[in-house]
Design a protein around this ligand. Sequence first.
Ligand SMILES: Cc1cc2nc3c(=O)[nH]c(=O)nc-3n(C[C@H](O)[C@H](O)[C@H](O)COP(=O)(O)O)c2cc1C
Length: 274
Amino acid sequence: MDIIETIKKRKSSRTFNQVALKPADKRDLENFIIENSKGLESEVVNFRIIEKNDADRQMKLDFGMIKGHNTYILGTAKSSIDSRVNYGYLMEKVVLKATEMNLSTCWVGYFDYSYFKEVSIEDGFEIPSIVIIGYSDDRQTYQDKYIRFTINASKRQSWGKMFFNYKLKLPLTPEYIKKYSDSLEMVRLTPSSGNTQPGRVFFDDTANEFHFFKKTISKRYESRGLHDIDMGIVLSHFELTSLQSGLKGRWLKHTKENVSTIDELQYIMSWKWE
Ligand SMILES: Cc1cc2nc3c(=O)[nH]c(=O)nc-3n(C[C@H](O)[C@H](O)[C@H](O)COP(=O)(O)O)c2cc1C
């Protein structure tokens, strides 16, 4: 499936129908996870698909916000910004694969860690976020609609707030950045914690590089590392769309001295267009 169509099709589901993953779906997803376990700077995440039967405990996992779920994808990452970014980058590829397979998903950053006793967490590691996966219940609950309404889940920031020229710091337009306009549009459509969209992209037209920065929108999400996950999701959408458009490039991380400081933004990574 076309990655642009898949990105446009994905939206968070909060009403699942309690049916376990079909064996063929589980196997395809597990194979995808194995083939796509190597991420940014070659850091590996081994995601697991975990199935649970204890319906009465579900309530505890997500504080009752999501209904009818029993299957989860999660792994561990170092408690560092870069590792969380990588976790988001790799996991979003799994989410998009699941979307392509007509499975429903919801990223969850607020959950009860004690629900996953089967996952051992080494010192200095954490489960930065999980993804709930399954089949959607067509009868979307009132609560699901209410959550989407309160966080304005279908709305996204405008180009002018997210994408800029690196030297002039002026907004980029799709007409100016023609070849990469789809890549940036798919960045604009990324899901993010509380739909806060912390990603900012600056294009350096001399070096042909896109610099990705994080803007702390919510201190609460930032302190839980969720904005780092949001940034990983941004990188994955950008890369997948660029590669599909035939635009070759690679990720690199500049040293602090080699990137301009921009207001209150934090530098994450750059895409070198080759
Ligand atoms: C890192 C991350 C954490 C999230 N945590 C939660 C959560 O704890 N509970 C929840 O209901 N939704 C959570 N979401 C889903 C967002 O609210 C959702 O992606 C956003 O509102 C945009 O809506 P959409 O995914 O339908 O496009 C999370 C999303 C991300 C990316």
